[in-house]
Design a protein around this ligand. Sequence first.
Ligand code: HEC
Ligand code: HEC
Ligand code: HEC
Ligand code: HEC
Ligand code: HEC
Ligand code: HEC
Ligand code: HEC
Ligand code: HEC
Length: 449
Amino acid sequence: MWLALTAVAVADKPIAIGTADVLKPAPVVVLSFPAAVFDHIKGPTAIFYFSPTCPHCQDVMPTVNALVGETAHEWLGMASSRATRLEIERFKTEYKPEFQILHDDLNAAFATAVSARSTPAIYIVYPREKSAIRADDPPNAVALRDGYAPFSRGMEGLFYLRSNLGSPFSHFDRYQGPRVCGSCHQVEHKSWVITHHAASYRTLYARDQATDTACVGCHVTGIDAPGGFTLADHASPMRDVTCEACHGPGGPHNPSTTKPVDPKSSCESCHDADHSINFSVAKGLPHIDHFVAADMSDEALKARIIAIGNGEAERPLLAFPDGPTAGSQACKSCHKSEHKKWSASPHAKAMKRLTGDKAAAETCVRCHATPKGFGLDSKTEGFHTDESVGCESCHGGGGAHIAAPSKENIVGLGSSCPECVIEAVCTSCHTPQWDPQWDLKSRLEAIKH
Ligand code: HEC
Ligand code: HEC
Ligand code: HEC
Ligand code: HEC
Ligand code: HEC
Ligand code: HEC
Ligand code: HEC
Ligand code: HEC
């Protein structure tokens, strides 16, 4: 049944465009192996080609060991020609490979035979089938059936899948990681990479909070679940809010779920009242559009990936409800002391910084004054330039609150996670360009009212 799996269109959008390529058996390539290696190829064999001193090879060892015995392959290790005997012994002691290790000879005969360019790599080779043997086969001929060069963490799901093309999702009862989903769902993957979900672990790492258990759960996928994220594994393929944070482990392809997860029901487990005030699925969905990348130029896509990676990409501000603002004067009667403190702060005078025609330029005014409304077209609505950065720049529109004061109809900020919520409000103006020394704690202290 899975062999009939093909890309489909949902509302005219082609989903899973990479499927046919991922499920296509690779063309068989006949190679001539060095005799010492050839003698080991008795059946389907996975050869792990590595250098004992290469950090990527070391990183990937637990993953490779976990694959041993899970598929029909025999396993063999092949240390690159430049490795020394001592290095290989040390590697064995430290990483405990669960397979025999051979050493490519001085002429790198194995590497030459498979045209290896880098380590680590996995090559799948089969003995030549009797019926396929031809008179002009080279000596010690084997059939190369597949290759993962380079092989890295997060590709193990692909290894399983390609090892079992008749039933590719049989291992999808656990987390797979975005590279596996993205191999078929290529456009969805590209579109995800340019959202902040794809950098949510970086957000914590950059502020030295990546091992803070009060934070990590919502900024990674499947913490402590089989195949999911484990604390302090900074290179895990399950860091960040990946496909399966919303679609569940294995997504709709999970063979042990009868009813696929509705991804829309996942949002609020992380976007709760303290960590994402005023969030709604409807507000959030346009920002996770899985097909935006399809209409982007390569340059635009590249620029956005770099910006996300550097933590400099613009973020949508989800915190404020749509609607007009009333102006800070309207808050004064009930919030006298807050108003007094604010009036004396630089925020209340920010427009003074804009001289000449800058005082009317939206490119400047948008951060130096309060918008007349949120979610509205700011061009036609304009700004309260008389008050500069007023109460509602941080607390959202207060019209409903003034009419019937309550904590429910104003953005309080007091009980919110400062890093997740307040920082997002502040950094919508305090961007790296305008405030390179930004520091949440000291800046919050400075505006206390
Ligand atoms: C081997 C290719 C392949 C891989 C790998 C793959 N998918 Fe799919 N996926 C498909 C195809 C083809 C469809 C459309 C046909 C179908 O629904 O069976 C699809 C459909 C979907 C759908 C839509 C289902 C619906 O009914 O609307 C979602 C969601 C999805 N995949 C998520 C994922 C996630 C998450 C992963 C990774 C855990 C993943 N897929 C891995 C090929 C793949
Ligand atoms: C596993 C937790 C988790 C789930 C589930 C989740 N989010 Fe998020 N979301 C986050 C985190 C964490 C961030 C902040 C990322 C950062 O900037 O570090 C975020 C940021 C966002 C943003 C703003 C950043 C951007 O790139 O535009 C939007 C919009 C968003 N999420 C929408 C959604 C929607 C819609 C859903 C459900 C379909 C959802 N999220 C599900 C954790 C989650
Ligand atoms: C309950 C889930 C959850 C927990 C726990 C959590 N976060 Fe978040 N975090 C989110 C969500 C959701 C967002 C996106 C909020 C939005 O855009 O509305 C976010 C956004 C952020 C942002 C981006 C703010 C910006 O500049 O836009 C930072 C930084 C952050 N979180 C840091 C932390 C830290 C530090 C902790 C631990 C003290 C933490 N988070 C705990 C869910 C969580
Ligand atoms: C923040 C949550 C979230 C993340 C992360 C996420 N998705 Fe989705 N995905 C959704 C939601 C919600 C929908 C349903 C969209 C709708 O109905 O408008 C969806 C729909 C889909 C569909 C069906 C086509 C469609 O748009 O209706 C596929 C396929 C899919 N996702 C694959 C993926 C893959 C692959 C990844 C990772 C590269 C991924 N998703 C990441 C939430 C998410
Ligand atoms: C008519 C009097 C009145 C006016 C005008 C008023 N407020 Fe309030 N505000 C209150 C009261 C009363 C509370 C406390 C509600 C409670 O504790 O249940 C409050 C609470 C708040 C809170 C704290 C919410 C929380 O979660 O703790 C904020 C922030 C706030 N107001 C901002 C504003 C802003 C901004 C304006 C002007 C746009 C404004 N208020 C105008 C009466 C008013
Ligand atoms: C993205 C928001 C944003 C935009 C757009 C913006 N500013 Fe600012 N500006 C700020 C912030 C935040 C500060 C306070 C920085 C600090 O004190 O750390 C500031 C400070 C200033 C200052 C005083 C400090 C300094 O750097 O000299 C001047 C002058 C200024 N802005 C002028 C302008 C002009 C002129 C424009 C339009 C070309 C502009 N700003 C556009 C956010 C912005
Ligand atoms: C630069 C952003 C910013 C501006 C401008 C601002 N506030 Fe706040 N306000 C905050 C933050 C952040 C908090 C919560 C954290 C704290 O207690 O410092 C807060 C808390 C409050 C509270 C709750 C105080 C408490 O003790 O719980 C009230 C009421 C309030 N603000 C009213 C106002 C009013 C009225 C104005 C305008 C006169 C105003 N704020 C301007 C950011 C701002
Ligand atoms: C609407 C845009 C905007 C928002 C939102 C905003 N600020 Fe500002 N902030 C400014 C501008 C512009 C200045 C520069 C004022 C001046 O010096 O003329 C400034 C100045 C400041 C200053 C004084 C200068 C400095 O760098 O020490 C502090 C402190 C500050 N902001 C903290 C915050 C905090 C904390 C938040 C979030 C709770 C916040 N701001 C939200 C625009 C904003």
